[in-house]
Design a binder for this molecule. Structure first.
Ligand code: HEM
Length: 414
């Protein structure tokens, strides 16, 4: 059987930086294949795209996330000892801790925390000439995330923490200064999180029972031991940092409301439509382009033999735009979710497979709730104008956003 096609270039790192989210989809289309070989950062890699590829990628026990992303990205988004770097039983044990924080009640509480923080910030926005949502919503989410997680944070500390979390996500796909800034700020944030864990454990800081800070500080794994303070700090950041990162989806949701004004009324009034609108925001707009894995158990797919330790990249963005699942994928259309089959492999903005068993994002329900609440705030709690600005979303920037950050003006509470 012929092996899979190969990307012509001896090393495609520069093309990845240039084409960004479109790197894998462009090649899949050109090569007429869901799978191809390439070289990135001088290492051989196999890229795959589409729902069938996702099903293979999320087959239990096949891939580890260890050494599966470039080191600078790892340092910003996962770090040593985090749930992402665990496999098998150890992973499931730690993942249970995360999923125990995601009960329906807890998800609603996170939404409530966002609304409180949003309303508290609204008077300041009324006094500003321009409110850049990409920047401002980070602060709102940082306040909401800390309140929800039982993390004390006074107002004076808020801008600094917000900047740190934002820089970690912003620098993750970057090479050079954007990445170094994230790394530098990360060290400070880790120390802060470690102190919180140690203070809870010593009884110096009473964390409200059942909050993320309380659960993580007191979690005992199967071996009966508590997490080392560094690992507990990393897991606390694994909740706070990505919650703040939801500001990117919120910014895109605001962009969608602006560019598709017909959606606004329904999103404000109809809960079922709002849910579909939010799903379409997560499908349509680019966030994480791909996830990486290394093969643990050799297997074969599409005539290609995956050997132990092979490096494989699954295309998240391209799978969410795969025309075999999504008719006219470049059109923003919330109604397309009316007939969606709910597959965990064809709509994977936050990874796929099973929440408990696989590495699928632990925060997906929270993400959906937060975007919903933000859309409700934008459509019912305030009025605003959208001044002329550069709303292009460059596909080469990882992660990307509208160039202007989406500015609004003349904000008035409704
Ligand atoms: C894992 C995306 C929000 C917590 C992941 C993965 C992706 C992702 C792509 C890796 C999936 C894999 O390796 O197969 C996103 C995006 C978000 C988001 C785009 C939007 C901002 C959140 C939130 C939380 C969270 C709000 C927590 C409150 C986690 C955790 C993992 C994870 C703990 C590791 C899961 C594991 O290894 O089992 N996320 N995420 N994420 N995410 Fe998210």
């Amino acid at each position: 059987m012929p092996d899979i096609p190969r990307d012509k270039s001896p090393d495609s790192t520069l093309s990845l930086l240039k084409e960004g989210y479109l790197f894998i989809p462009n090649r899949c289309r050109r090569l007429g294949s869901d799978i191809f070989r390439t070289r990135l950062m001088l290492r051989p890699a196999v890229c795959m795209s589409g729902p069938e590829a996702a099903r293979e990628f999320y087959s239990p026990g096949r891939f580890t996330r260890k050494q599966a992303v470039p080191k600078p990205t790892l340092m910003l988004l996962q770090d040593k000892g985090s749930v992402q770097t665990l496999d098998g039983e150890a992973h499931q044990d730690r993942k249970r801790m995360f999923m125990s924080l995601m009960t329906p009640d807890a998800v609603v509480r996170m939404g409530d925390a966002l609304e409180r923080a949003w309303r508290a910030r609204l008077p300041a926005w009324e006094g500003m000439d321009r409110v850049v949502l990409h920047d401002e919503v980070q602060g709102v989410l940082c306040r909401a995330a800390c309140d929800w997680a039982g993390v004390p944070l006074d107002d004076a500390e808020l801008p600094e923490r917000t900047r740190e979390f934002g820089a970690m996500v912003d620098g993750a796909g970057a090479v050079g200064p954007r990445n170094w800034r994230g790394l530098m700020l990360r060290r400070r944030t880790e120390k802060w999180a470690r102190d919180l864990v140690e203070r809870v454990r010593s009884g110096d800081l009473p964390a409200p029972p059942g909050t993320a800070l309380d659960v993580i500080a007191r979690f005992r794994g199967k071996d009966g031991g508590q997490l080392p303070p560094d690992a507990a700090a990393v897991e606390l950041l694994n909740i706070l940092r990505p919650t703040v990162a939801v500001h990117r989806f919120v910014t895109f949701a605001a962009l969608a409301l602006h560019q598709h004004p017909g959606t606004r009324g329904q999103a404000a009034e109809d809960d079922r439509y709002l849910e579909m609108f939010v799903q379409e925001v997560r499908r349509f707009y680019p966030f994480f382009p791909l996830v990486g894995g290394r093969v643990m158990e050799p297997f074969e797919w599409r005539g290609h033999r995956f050997g132990r330790n092979d490096w494989v990249l699954l295309d998240l963005y391209g799978t969410n735009h795969d025309p075999r699942t999504w008719k006219d994928p470049g059109r923003f259309d919330p109604e397309r979710f009316v007939g969606w089959d709910g597959s965990p492999f064809n709509f994977i903005p936050q990874g796929g497979g099973d929440f408990g068993r696989d590495h699928r994002c632990a925060g997906e329900w929270i993400t959906i709730e937060l975007i919903k609440r933000a859309v409700r705030m934008l459509t019912t709690a305030m009025r605003y104008d959208v001044p002329r600005q550069d709303l292009d979303v460059p596909m080469s920037r990882l992660p990307t956003m509208p160039n202007s950050g989406f500015a609004i003006a003349e904000v008035k509470a409704a």
